[in-house]
Design a binder for this molecule. Sequence first.
Ligand code: ATP
Length: 235
Amino acid sequence: MDPIISVTGLGKTYGSGFVALRGIDLEIRRGEIFALLGPNGAGKTTLISIVCGIVNPSKGRVLADGHDILRDYRAARRKIGLVPQELCTDSFESVWATVTFSRGLFGKAPNAAYIEQVLRQLSLWDKRHAQLRELSGGMKRRVMIAKALSHEPDILFLDEPTAGVDVELRRDMWEMVRQLRDRGVTIILTTHYIEEAEEMADRIGVINKGRLILVEEKRQLMAKLGKKELRVTLQ
Ligand code: ATP
């Protein structure tokens, strides 16, 4: 089957001269949950920011469902939802308005039934009239996911979705992600936590110092995790 995301020879050197990515090749399979695991500064956010078209690569190519992210940005971006690391949700807007507006930004016709379905799935329906600034951190995270899903993307990127959240919310997030995958959404998430990758992913990629050092089916990777070298890399 064709990969839904195809990354070839991707490199990124920031203006400061810092080399954040060094020749990444990666294919994401349609319908899988792929976890990108790596320590602070490994290049996880840089990689997904390039794949989502937010940051320009210095070299290499990204195809999202066959669309080149640089040459055919709008078509590629319509396929992709992104939940960024930061919660930019202190506004006076209601949950409903925020998610509906986000859909409009992608040029999609209004679809109240779809937005209702997303809000119900994320347990946000009862909060649809609440202003974002009134919500708890956990609810704000849910709103960020609802925004990312507003335009019915086939691919969802979650950048460290459970960083700094309590155990209960982490388990809720895992459950939500599984449900989305079961509805056919391909999921790519970044994480520092080995146990999160183990719990969630079908396949796991390990990135360190801008290099993708391995990509494995979860079971094979877990067998290797006993090895000292890999543990050191992930710390
Ligand atoms: P974390 O887990 O801490 O979020 P990460 O794996 O997502 O880390 P990135 O945010 O992609 O890592 O950063 C990779 C490297 O690139 C880091 O050393 C970071 O300091 C550097 N970097 C990121 N953005 C910029 C920028 N705009 N200019 C210069 N260097 C940058």
